[in-house]
Every structure is written in C-alpha cells, then in structure tokens.
Design a protein. Structure first.
Lengths: 245, 498
C-alpha cells in the first residue's frame, strides 16, 4: 500500500468526521437555541403541513429568490440542480451492486456537469460585474466559487480529458467504506479532484455553506402563523412571567 | 432646527436602483440617549468602561437566546438578492443600507469572536474587530433600518435584517449607547402609560371634547369612554390617535363603529398606548413590561375583548407577540381572537350587515392604500393568510366608490415602508426619512398621474405622521394621507342609541 493511498484515506476519514460532526454540532446548536417570538414572514402558512410545503418550495424551487432576482435565480437553480444530479451520479462509486435509479441518472449527471460550470460562472460573473454584489463579497466568497468550479472542472476533465482508472477509484472508495484499503490511482488530475472535494467537506461546517441546514431552521420560514391561537413561550422568557398577576 | 441641507430624491419613471455611493449616509445619526433616557430602562447612562468586552458578551448572550440571530448570522451566502430591496438603499445609494451589508456590520464581529474561520482567517471571511469606528457605524446604520422586513421576503433563507438591527440596538443599549428618541418614549410609557406622557385627566378632557365635536357635526352623541369598568371591549390604540391628524379622525371612526354596533367599549389611561417601542430596541424585557400594562388594564377593567387601533408595528406586537408577552388570555371571551384589530371588528360587522354606509360621502376622493410594513409582513388579520391585505381594502371599498391599487411590487407583501418606522420617526433623522420615502412616493405618483388618485389611506400611526411630514417635500399635499377609519367615519350612517 503506497503512501499516497494511505494519505488520501486518512484525509477522507478526517474530512468525513469534520463534515459530519461539524454539521451535526451546528444543527444541534440551531435546534437547541430557542426562538423567543413568533416571527414568520407573513403571509405565512397556518398549519405545520403548510410550513412543510413552504420549506419544500424554498428548498426545491428557491421561491423567495425567484421573487427577488431572476438572474440569480436562474444561475442558482442551474448550479444546485446540476450539483444534485452530479452527486447522484457519483453514488455508483460507493455501492456494489449499483441501484437501478443511480444507473438511470448517469447520462443526466454527465450533462449536469456543464450546467454546474455554467451556473457557477454566471454567479461568479455577477459577483464581479454587479457593483452591489462586488461590494458585499469577501475573498472567501470568491474562493468558495473557485473551489466548486475546480471540483466541477477537474471532474469534467477526468471524463473527457485525462481519464483515470475509475474501476480502481471505485475499489478505493468501497475499500474506504469497508475499512479495507485498496490502492488509489496516482493520476494527478484525480488527486486534484479528490483533494478539492476533501477541502469542501472540511470547509463546509465553518462557512456559509451552512445555509443548507440553516434554511430549515429559519424562524421566518419554518414557523406557523398561529400566535393568537397558541401561546408560544421560550423557557428563558417564561421566567419573566413570574410574579405577575 | 435648521432647514434640511439635502436633496429630496427626484421621482422618475420607475423605482430606479441607484449606483453605489459609499458613505452617502455615514453622517446620519439620531441623538444619543442621555443618562436620563437610559437609566429608567436599566441601561447605563453613557458608553461604559470596557464597552468592547461587554458588547461581545452581550452578543454571546443574545446568540444563546435567539435562534433567528444565530441562523441568520451563519446562513447568508452573499447572493445579492436583497441588495436592491431596502427603501433606504433605493433612496440613498449608500451601500451599507443594502440589507446584507447592514447585517455584515454585526456579522463581521460575530465571525471574529464566535466562529473558527473568523478567529483563524479574519481577512478572508470578512471578520472584523469591534473598533470604536465600527461601533459608530453600528449606531449610524442600525438606525437606518426601519425593521420593515422587506428584505426577508426576498432572502432565500428568510434572513430578516430587522432581527439583526434589533440585536445590535440591544447590544448598544447595554453598553450605554442608546437612541434618545426610542428610550425617552419607553420611559414615558413606563411612567404614564403612553408615548406622549398624557395623563388621565388630560386624556379624559380631550376625549370628552371629541364627543362634543362629533355631536356638533352629526347630531348624535357618540361616546369615547375612558376607564369604564365592565365595558365589553378594551381599545388599545396609538396615543397619536388622541391628538394628531389624520389619526384622530380614525379614532372617531372606531367610536362610531362601536356606537353603531352597540358594543360597549373603553380606553384605559393605564394602557393608553398601542405602540410598543421596546420592539425597536430589541428588548424582550422592556417589551414584556410594556405589554404587561395591557394585561393589567384588561383585568382591572373586567373587559371581555381587546381591540387594537390602527398602528403598524403595534399590530405586530399585538398580533404576533401579545399572547407570548402578556398571555394567556383565558380570562377573556374565548369567542374572539385576542387581540383583534379594529379593521377585523369593522369588517366582521360589515359582513354581518350591521353597518350601513353612504359611499357618496367619500366621492371627493380617489383612494389608494398603503400597506404598512409590519401589518403586511409580520402579522395577519382575519382567518386567512393575506387577510391583512384583503380586509382593509374591503373596508375602504365598502365606504368609498373610487379605489385604485399601486403597482404590485409596492403593495402587499412587497410593500415599501413609509420611511419612518422602527424608531426612526424623529426630526434628527429627517434626511433619512425623506430619502427612504422615495419608493412609496414614486409608486404614489404613478397612480396620481394615471388614475387621478387624490388620497392614500393607511392603518399605522407612524405611516400617517411620516407621510404628513414627507408628502410636501415631494410636492404632494400633506393632507393626502388619511386613516382608513376616517373613511368609515365619513360614510357610516349613524343612529342615536339610548
């Protein structure tokens, strides 16, 4: 077993731990912090199923963003939908036998890679060209786009340019999951692709990528509009009621 | 006070997105609260020793108390969706008035002290130390947010800048850097029961005089009772309704509705204020204390129902928070929601055919309706989502023949703030108020030009005062703004009651 394989194996395990524990910690923080007041942005659903539907529209269709700006919406949908397809396509590296629908999604995932690149470029162009968005951008916002672009571009290059032994890659991934290390091909482009993915996993819980779990905890989106019907009271706020009539 | 040394924005063909003008409003700051405004609220009188550490500690405290704050500070991806949505940005071009940039003033400090990335790589992620300079920026720009929530409609994560500016003001209050206007008023409510410092005797005299005026005009004695035990309804209304115009015409309208429906009601001098300015400064404790007066008054007077008068942010605190702050209301009549909006009461009575109108009495006007921000995006009326848009319009249409809506992106959930909400309705912020009113004035101008609109109705004391002040700077008549219940008052058919 080469040093390269061992290094990448360690990095993957570490990245998975940081990603999993990091996101779990953040979600635990969000869940544990009380929302002292009812603050849904109205008009808001009156029922929990209505809230589920509102969140589903927000997550699947980017409803609010659609109201805000059609260009950002187009690029954002392009990027996120494509990313989803690409991730689904990659499931085949982690299972044997491969599920039926994962096989079905393969060709779509292929086209999606280009949509992902186009979406990222669109968002990046707006960040540079639109004065207002340039003003609010930090270096990390550009780096995040660069990271995602790098992952997508190296992936496309692996498919259409410097191809690697994907059977061996799959064996490496399955080996990681079964704690039975298999050699990783030493193709530079593959190593770059995987290193960038590892970086993304590590950065995730410390960055704005927390918007993914965050949206589910956003009180303006996940609360029912029922303040008159049910008394909403945070534990720390309840203490203030002591001593009154 | 000297005349305003600034340009009123020109109204054009559309609501234009301005070019970024850095620092354009950096000079705008409301008067700082003096010790006599701070101390009655339990806040330090002036900027304290060690304010930096105390501010960070307070931020940590708030992060543990408010899920919204924590999630909102983490989730922003800087997509830019909100950047052209704030009326203060549209009116001033100052980039720190873009909602995301306003949030970033606090987010930078949050990242520096509460996130791994901000501790390790501050420059990379925009983490900032809370310098005195940045604190001054906080004071300036967190008092250029009217907490209208328009940005929260458009944010893909529902980030509400109002929550951020409330938190920032709460932190500033705790280190002795409060805003005079809001804190002085809150102290008055604690002492007198209303924002004006109006006492029971004066209130009774004012309202008795109003009863005489109504009788002179209509020939019918319509009562406006104060502190009447055993009344069915406690009316809690903004104190501006007792003296300012067009607010007072609205109050007359409520009185006529109660009179005509035969509902006994009363005002309380102890809780003679619907507005709860503690929301503006983000203080749950102060909000709780003020709301407690309403509970007390309802118990003391033995009423069965609580109804709120026309007031925007008051209705947010009433509709969304009152049950939390001062409930449960198990001692009131369970057949009615607590509290009710006066528009809900009037609308229900219209539906039941209890009220009759002579619409021609309002034929001298062509009306449009300004959805008040906190009614539109932070509350509801009736039993359907969006009732807050439908019900006031239905009332207007029941008593007026001529009604036109403004452009769709300036009403309903996308309505623009009047420019004076959130604790900014003070003369020391007049430039901000005038500039922030630009989008509303633009939308109004369009219906004035296209449909001959003569008047704009509103259901908020702040909107009414703000418009009375800024309409003339845009070349409109200050009396263009009217209360919804002023229209009711003019058209309602009154019959004498025994």
């Amino acid at each position: 077993m080469g040093a390269l394989t061992i290094t990448y194996a360690i990095l993957f395990y570490a990245a998975a731990a940081v990603f999993g524990l990091g996101v779990a910690y953040r979600v635990w923080l969000y869940a544990r912090t009380p929302a002292p007041l009812k603050i849904p942005t109205t008009p808001a659903p009156l029922t929990k199923s209505g809230v589920a539907l509102r969140l589903a529209r927000e997550v699947c269709l980017f409803e609010s963003l659609f109201k805000a700006n059609k260009w950002i919406w187009i690029f954002a949908v392009m990027f996120h939908a494509a990313l989803l397809l690409v991730i689904l396509r990659h499931i085949r590296y982690f299972q044997e036998p491969v599920w039926f629908w994962v096989k079905l999604v393969q060709p779509f995932g292929l086209y999606a890679a280009f949509a992902m690149l186009a979406g990222l470029l669109g968002l990046w162009a707006r960040r540079i060209v639109v004065e207002r968005i340039r003003y609010i951008s930090n270096p990390s916002d550009h780096l995040m786009l660069a990271l995602l672009f790098g992952i997508a571009a190296s992936g496309v290059a692996l498919k259409y340019g410097a191809r690697t032994d994907i059977v061996a890659v799959k064996a490496f991934m399955l080996g990681l999951m079964r704690l039975d290390l298999q050699p990783l091909p030493a193709d530079p482009l593959l190593l770059v692709h995987l290193a960038l993915v590892i970086a993304l996993m590590i950065v995730f819980p410390f960055s704005k990528l927390l918007h993914a779990p965050g949206v589910f905890f956003s009180p303006t989106r996940n609360q029912t509009d029922t303040p008159r019907e049910r008394r909403h009271l945070a534990p720390w706020a309840a203490a203030l009621d002591a001593g009154r009539k | 006070m000297a005349g305003p040394a600034f340009q009123t924005p020109a109204l054009k063909d559309d609501i234009a997105i301005p070019a970024v003008a850095e620092g354009a409003m950096g000079h705008s700051k409301p008067f700082i609260a003096q010790p006599e405004h701070q101390e009655p609220l339990g806040f330090p009188g002036q900027l304290v020793e060690g304010w930096h550490d105390k501010a960070i500690t307070k931020l940590g405290d708030l992060l543990g108390k408010s899920r919204a704050l924590r999630v909102f500070l983490d989730s922003c991806v800087k997509c830019g969706a909100c950047t052209d949505k704030c009326h203060y940005f549209l009116g001033t071009g100052d980039p720190k008035n873009m909602p995301v940039a306003r949030q970033d003033l606090l987010r930078g400090v949050y990242r520096r002290h509460f996130t791994v990335a901000g501790k390790l790589f501050p420059k990379l992620v925009g983490a900032k130390d809370l310098t005195k300079e940045l604190l001054d920026d906080w004071y300036s720009y967190y008092h250029q947010c009217s907490q209208c929530r328009r940005c929260s409609v458009f944010c893909p994560y529902g980030i509400d800048t109002a929550e951020i500016s409330m938190a920032a003001r709460e932190i500033m209050d705790h280190i002795g850097m409060g805003q005079k206007y809001s804190n002085e008023i809150i102290a008055k409510v604690h002492k007198f029961g209303n924002n004006l410092g109006l006492q029971e005797k004066a209130l009774k005299a004012t309202l008795a005089g109003l009863e005489d005026d109504i009788e002179d005009e209509t020939g019918v004695r319509v009562r406006i009772p104060v502190n009447e035990k055993g009344a069915e309804v406690l009316l809690v209304t903004p104190s501006a309704d007792f003296f300012a115009s067009p607010h007072i015409e609205g109050l007359i309208g409520y009185a006529k509705v109660f009179h005509q429906a035969g509902i006994s009601w009363t005002v309380s001098s102890f809780a003679s204020e619907a507005a709860n300015f503690a929301m503006f400064i983000g203080s749950y404790e102060q909000m709780h204390k003020i709301a407690g007066r309403i509970r007390q008054a309802a118990m003391d007077l033995g009423v069965k129902r609580i109804v709120f008068g026309e007031c925007g942010h008051a209705w947010r605190v009433a509709y969304s928070f009152l049950n939390t702050l001062a409930g449960p209301w198990d001692f009131l009549d369970p057949r009615y929601p607590v509290p009710q909006h006066i528009c809900e009461v009037t609308y229900d009575l219209i539906q039941k055919g209890v009220l009759e109108f002579d619409k021609s009495k309002n034929d001298d006007m062509t009306l449009t309706f300004h959805d008040s921000c906190n009614v539109a995006r932070a509350s509801r009326m009736g039993d359907m989502p969006g009732g807050q848009f439908h019900i006031p319009r239905a009332i207007i249409k029941a008593c007026c023949n001529n009604f036109v809506d403004m452009r769709p992106d300036a009403i309903g959930e996308k309505t623009f703030c009047c420019g004076g909400g959130g604790g900014l309705l003070t003369d020391d912020l007049i430039e901000l108020r005038v500039k922030g009113a630009m989008p509303r004035m633009q939308a109004l101008k369009e219906v004035v030009d296209s449909d001959g609109v003569t008047h704009m109705a509103a259901i908020c004391a702040i909107c009414k005062s703000q418009f009375s002040k800024v309409l003339p700077t845009y070349g409109f008549d200050m009396e263009m703004v009217v209360s919804v219940h002023q229209l009711v008052s003019k058209a309602i058919k009154l019959t004498p009651k025994s």
